[in-house]
Structure formats: C-alpha cells, structure tokens
Design a binder for this molecule. Structure first.
Ligand code: ME8
Length: 515
C-alpha cells in the first residue's frame, strides 16, 4: 500500500477453491483486479488489493481424500499454485488470504456470534438438495433430470440429497431490505444484466439459508457447537472482512478500507455476493461493499471449458507462448468486460501482431529510432505547434479522463479502445508528416513532429502501465523517465527537450507461427 491523496480503494477477487490448479478463468478475474488496482494507485489512491484461496468445505475435503492426502497438506500445496500464479502474472496484490489461517477463523466465529446474538441464526434441520461442485443448495423446482436419471442443478452440477441438523440464517427477513438496496444504489451490481437477474431472483422470494453442516469436518466449527461446521460460503465471504482486520473494527486497515469498493466476481457467483453477503452484513450491522461486478465466462474455440472435455486453458502455457503482457492485453481487450468471451489462437495472434507489434510497437520503435538517429539521441526542441500537432496532443491529453470513466465502470475494453484510437491517429500523423522527408527539407519542423510523437508515446505508455506493466516500463525507460515521472499526476508535465533517450529496442515482437 502506498501513500496517496485521493483516499482508499479496496478491491477483491473471489478466493479460489483449492480443489484444482488455476486456469484461465481464475487468471482473468485476478488480472482485471490487478489492472484496476494499478490504475488506481497511479491515479493517487491508497489501494488494498486482495486475493486468496477458499480452502474449506466438502469439495476440497473430497479432493484431498481423492489425492490421498491430509486436507491441510493438500490445501497448502494447491494454494501455493495460486500464489505462484500471482507472481507469474505480475499481480500486485497487497495480501493473499487463505481461509485456513487463524486470523480468518477468528473473524468467522466472531461474525457468526454477532449474527446469532442479533437473532438471525437459529437451529433447525435441513432436508434438501446440495451440489458439492457449487457448494450450493437448490430447490426441487430448479433441478432437471439427466439422461442417466440424475438430478442436475441449473449450473450443470450434480446434486445430492442432504438431511441433517443445521443452523439457518434468516435470509427471508432481507427480501425487502435487499430490493431497497438495489433500487437506492443502482451501481451496487454491475453489469445491468446481472443486476436484473439478481432482482428477479430476490423478488421470487428468499428462503432461510442453511449455514452449517454436520456430515463432514473440514471447516470452521460453529462457536459453542463443535458438531457443526460453518457453511463454506459464509466462511468464504467473510474473508473480505478478515483481510482488513475484522473483528477489530478500530484497527487502521479496517477503518481505512472497509467497506470494500469493489468485489470482482465471475457471473457464476453473483448470487452469493449480491444477495447472501449484503444480507449477512446488514444482519450484523456492518457497512456494505459499494459494488459487485460480475464478468462473463470464457469458452475455448467456441466450446465450454471443462475438465471432462480436456480443453481447460493453462494460463502459464499461454504466457510461455505469447508473452505475459500480450496475454494480459488480450484478455482485457478481446472481450467486452461483463460479456462472455471466446479464446481462440487466431484472435490472440491477431491482437499480438496487429494491436501490439504493428500499432503501438511500430509507432514507438519508428519514432524513438528517428529521435535517436536524427536528434542526437535527445528529445528534440519544438517550434510552434500546428493545428495537426495540437489535435493529436489534445486527443492524447483527453485519454486519462476517458479511461477513468471506463475503468470505474469496469469497461476495460472501452478504455483500451480509446488508447488505440490515439495510437492509430498517431500512426497516421507519422505518415502524413513524413519526418524522414522533413529531415532534409525542414529539420526544425522534423524536431517538432518528433517531439509531438514522443510526447504522445509518453502519455500512452504512462496510461498503459496498469495493463502491460513490464512492457511500459521498458518504453518509459527508453524515454529516460524515472519512477516518480510515471504516475498519472505527471501526465500534464510534458517531456523536456534535450533529455537523452536510451537506444530504442522493440518492445512487442511479432509472433511467428511455427511451420
Ligand atoms: O467460486 N471464465 O471459487 P472457484 C471466466 N471459492 N472466469 C472464470 C471461469 C471461466 N471459464 N472459470 C472460473 C469459487 N472463473 C468460490 C469463491 S469468494 C468468497 C468464493 C473465475 O475456484 C470467476 O471469477 O470456483 C469465478 O467466479 C471464479 O473463477 C470461481 O472460482
């Protein structure tokens, strides 16, 4: 966390189940959060970016059993894969929480106690359907029957009949308060399609929620009744509070960062975050997060990604093949954030070679090489700016505001589109101004043109840092900008003529397909 003057910004990813190794979907959600966290830091916010692993519950217990390993050892191992992913993908998370940590057990048991003391938890017994894969309860009406006669949840998960003593949370008491919340804070859920879905789910009626299990052991025990393990979703959601210091509501991190600004999730778990979670918090009299945004689902070459189809996409293999920043850019540019998207090698290559190698890569390489060769390796002096110069500079100068607006709505693709519009204008400007001709006919004008272009490249590189940190570091390094000259507050401070630049080297190589 770094000092700032714009206030705090707390952003979270879902905590991932440790039943399997990370795949592209996990990498995607965390990437989106990383980009926003980096953007906010550069924009002067004090950011707390949290990710981690969800390690309790029947599903994880079963995976450990299948692997023939003690669940703690199993979760240690698999959780490490997710931690490794954060390093490999260059995520800038400030914390990595594991639900098997002591700090989390304390937070969960305290929250439970508060809910119980306030009269929102009661003991009863549950008889109904449960899907271990989703760790979710379903009503009979939600189910369909498979060809083999098995009952299937709307998510495709198999359900099993569960009958056991259980504590319940009085979710039914929150129908009206939740609908009021969605109405009074229309930004609470994004995008709109998900908001509508949640509203109609709640309008359909809420039943009290079973929040404890007795038929397995891998979880946090209910305070005062060891026979019961807390429902894994109550346990998991609480991680967002644990990480900022709950139950100590006086600790600096809690005061500064709670309530969270944004819980980023996939569309599969919006109900848990936009219905159950605010209900738990309202019941406990705790402030509610400001926003839950649910992004869409990735498919692979048009097919649903699933282990049984053997078509899961390993983010590490993609990074190996195309490069880290290339993959980061692709994921956020290719698909409108919030919509489902399809991964295809063709689309990836087109982004890598088109947007990156040709558009921005060539622009920077052409311009900075000309500066290096023809201007004595220094940012040139400039004369009065022509209308074309001013137009291009103004276009680049308007990007921050546009990106702020788009990124605040999680419209990452839109923000990137605006940057690429400027890149394409700049490429046209190079061709039209033809500085290579001006070198002979009008060297001072060549200087002005190359100055304008270098300045535009600086702005673009500063703004693209959140998406492609390593590549932009190289580009800004070539312009000899130090670390304190890379924040968004420096965007209005133009390049200083006479500054020596480093020998430019290509930042975005073309991807050449193997024969
Ligand atoms: O649900 N496309 O964990 P999980 C896009 N532990 N995103 C995908 C995806 C795909 N094909 N597949 C997975 C859990 N995701 C709970 C969360 S939070 C308190 C507890 C991403 O390991 C997406 O963000 O099943 C989805 O919501 C998340 O992984 C589910 O991860």
């Amino acid at each position: 966390m770094s000092g700032s003057d714009k206030g705090a910004f707390y952003i979270t990813t879902p905590i991932y189940y440790v039943n399997d190794k990370p795949h592209i979907g996990h990498a995607y959600t965390t990437l989106a959060c990383d980009v926003l966290a980096r953007f906010k830091r550069l924009d002067g916010f004090d950011v707390n970016f949290l990710t981690g692993t969800d390690e309790h519950g029947q599903k994880v217990e079963a995976s450990a059993e299948k692997a023939g390993i003690d669940p703690q050892l199993f979760t240690d191992r698999v959780s490490q894969n997710f931690r490794d992913l954060t390093e490999i993908c260059n995520y800038s998370n400030d914390d990595f929480i594991r639900t098997t940590e002591e700090r989390h057990k304390i937070a969960c048991q305290k929250l439970w106690q508060v809910l119980e003391d306030k009269g929102f938890i009661y003991l009863g017994s549950y008889a109904g359907w449960y899907a271990v894969r989703d760790e979710a309860f379903y009503t009979e009406t939600e189910l369909t029957k498979s060809a083999e006669g098995k009952f299937i949840a709307p998510t495709g998960a198999e359900v099993e009949w569960v009958e056991e003593p259980s504590y319940f949370f009085k979710l039914s008491a929150f129908e009206e308060p939740l609908l009021k919340l969605y109405q009074e804070q229309p930004d609470f859920i994004g995008p709109d399609s998900r908001r509508n879905e949640v509203i109609s789910f709640v309008k359909g009626g809420l039943r009290d929620l079973s929040v404890s299990r007795t038929t397995f052991k891998w979880g946090i025990s209910v305070p005062g009744n060891d026979e019961h393990i807390m429902y894994v979703w109550l346990d998991a959601l609480t991680n967002y509070l644990t990480a900022v210091g709950y139950p100590d509501e006086d600790v600096v991190s809690y005061k500064k960062f709670w309530p969270a600004d944004l819980h980023m999730v996939g569309k599969d778990i919006v109900r848990f975050h936009a219905v159950y979670w605010p209900a738990f918090l309202m019941a406990a009299d705790l402030p509610l997060p400001k926003r839950v945004f649910a992004h869409g689902w990735w498919t692979n070459e048009g097919q649903k990604i699933s282990k049984s189809l053997g078509n899961t996409i390993d983010p590490l293999a993609l990074i190996e093949q195309f490069g880290l920043d290339q993959v980061r850019y692709f994921m956020l540019r290719e698909v409108p954030f919030g919509k489902d998207g399809d991964y295809s090698t063709r689309a990836m290559i087109s982004r890598v070679n088109g947007d990156l190698a040709n558009d921005i890569g060539n622009l920077a390489q052409r311009v900075l090489s000309m500066v290096f060769k023809n201007c004595d390796g220094k940012i040139p002096e400039h004369g009065t700016f022509s209308a074309e110069d001013q137009e291009l500079l103004a276009k680049a100068g308007g990007l921050l505001e546009k990106m702020r607006n788009d990124f605040d709505k999680q419209s990452f693709h839109r923000g990137l589109e605006s940057v690429w519009e400027v890149i394409s204008t700049a490429n046209k400007y190079v061709d039209e101004q033809a500085p290579w001709t001006l070198r002979k006919t009008d060297p001072p004008r060549m200087g002005t043109v190359l100055y304008v272009l270098s300045e535009v490249i600086r702005q673009i590189a500063v703004l693209l840092q959140p998406v492609m940190p390593q590549s932009m570091e190289k580009m800004l390094g070539q312009l000899s900008l130090s670390a304190d000259q890379r924040g968004f507050q420096t965007l209005g401070t133009p390049l200083v003529s006479g500054t020596e630049i480093s020998k430019p080297e290509g930042v975005f190589p073309r991807y050449v397909e193997e024969e």
